[in-house]
Write a protein that binds this ligand. Structure first.
Ligand code: PMP
Length: 429
């Protein structure tokens, strides 16, 4: 890639100042200085179509959210040890979007902390420590949660109390019942824990299986595995950091597609549209043991500014009909990808729920050999055309298409045209 001189300097400076652990997107990294709606802009004012950002879910720098943030930041910002209406009003509104069994919400700053809290609560409630996650899951950065995030690197980091199960992958399960197969894996993982003296605490999954490669169908496939975990005395924790807040187009939460009610739900990314806020929603009976023994204080979690921002994000989801938009534009995007799949056999499978779309690329539709290098060339080719997406899955061969929810049909067409062009370049028509 042809990286301009100034950006090369910035890369060297990052390495010098931030050290070796960070990664950039793209062979030619994107330098952005401004965002608006679905667009990001570089210092020269060139626009990039953001088809990837699920944090700025209601659109980059949405004026209603920015105004709410600045208004509250100019008046007061403290924490949850003082009385303040904003956190209560927000909690009340947020809980109103959940099944009635889930009555409490606790606030954190990151999805990692929300999962970490859920882990502690699950341990206190069940007296167990055993966690089951999927084989290429990501749940966060704390030590406890990194120990259950196999996608971070090697399975060496996994805790002794953690078991992994294959993600519910309908594409590679040859007409099997995906839900029954997933439940079977969970049952075997529980048996293995018990054989090693580990008491099960919870099944923790990202309900859209984002880093495993985006697995959406058939809806309902989670139910059986959750039953198995509950019968073994464990809980079900839905990680909604990726699919939450309306992205799936039919519901506000990914677990709703599966017709289940979790014991805990963790939230993050789109909750504050870029402002760092996250949370954990729980059934009261599950939270009781933790609450009796321990107190919880998160300096920044649940502060009045975050509460104002969170409320403004919910306003925009409602007032702009973003869940309906996710359904409508998501279906349009899926249709466009299906017609590209008629031209390009490299597109082996398309999985979508609203504006969370995965397109799995394979060298051969029969063997399903992952087209890993081609996927990287396509992602970089799109970047060269100022269209931003990324790749997911253990073989990094699934195009991860996950734009802000304000994405329009025109935006989708622009993306599809660019993808057609890149596919023609990389694999030929
Ligand atoms: N869970 C899932 C499914 C995620 O994708 C992420 C972030 N990529 C997290 C948890 C952790 O969130 P955070 O980066 O806010 O700690």
């Amino acid at each position: 890639a042809n990286v301009p001189a100034h950006e090369q300097e910035m890369i060297a400076r990052r390495r010098r100042l931030l050290g070796p652990a960070y990664r950039l997107f793209y062979a030619d990294p994107v330098h952005v200085t401004r965002g608006e709606g679905v667009w990001l802009y570089d210092p020269e004012g060139r626009a990039y179509l953001d088809v990837y950002n699920n944090v700025a879910s209601v659109g980059h720098c949405h004026p209603h959210v920015v105004a709410a943030l600045s208004r509250q930041a100019a008046v007061l910002n403290t924490h949850t040890r003082y009385l303040h209406e904003a956190v209560l009003d927000y909690a009340e509104r947020l809980l109103g979007y959940f099944p009635p069994e889930l009555e409490h919400v606790m606030f954190t700053c990151t999805g990692s902390e929300a999962n970490d809290l859920a882990f502690r609560v699950a341990k206190a409630h069940t007296g167990g420590t055993g966690f089951i996650v999927t084989q290429f899951a990501y749940h966060g950065v704390t030590n406890a949660i990194a120990e259950m995030s196999p996608s971070l690197g090697s399975s060496m980091i996994l805790g002794n109390h953690v078991r992994t199960v294959p993600a519910p992958d309908a594409y590679r399960s040859e007409g099997q019942d995906v839900g029954a197969a997933f439940a079977g894996h969970v049952r075997r993982a529980i048996d293995d824990m018990l054989a090693n003296g580990i008491k099960p605490a919870a099944l923790l999954v990202d309900t859209i299986f984002s880093s495993d490669g985006v697995f959406t169908d058939p809806p309902g496939f989670l139910a059986e595995a959750i039953d198995v975990m509950r019968k073994a005395g464990g809980l079900f924790i839905a990680d909604e950091v990726q699919p939450g807040f309306g992205r799936t187009g039919a519901h506000r939460w990914g677990f709703q597609r599966h017709g289940v009610v979790p014991d805990m739900v963790t939230l993050g990314k789109p909750m504050g549209n870029g402002h760092p806020m996250a949370g954990m929603v729980a059934r009261p009976e599950v939270l009781a043991a933790f609450g009796e023994r321990l107190r919880y204080f998160n300096t920044f979690g649940g502060n009045p500014v975050s509460a104002a921002v969170g409320m403004a994000v919910l306003d925009v989801i409602e007032s702009e009909g973003l869940i309906e938009n996710a359904a409508k534009v998501g279906a349009h995007l899926r249709g466009g990808l299906e017609s590209l799949a008629n031209t390009y056999p490299i597109i082996g499978d398309i999985r979508a729920a609203g504006l969370f779309v995965g397109a799995e690329l394979v060298r051969d539709r029969r063997t399903r050999e992952p087209a890993t290098e081609e996927t990287a060339r396509i992602v970089n080719g799109l970047r060269a055309r100022h269209v931003l997406i990324s790749a997911a899955g253990p073989a990094a061969n699934v195009l991860k298409i996950r734009p802000p929810l304000v994405f329009s049909k025109d935006n989708a067409d622009l993306f599809l045209t660019a993808l057609d062009d890149v596919l023609a370049e990389v694999v030929g028509r």
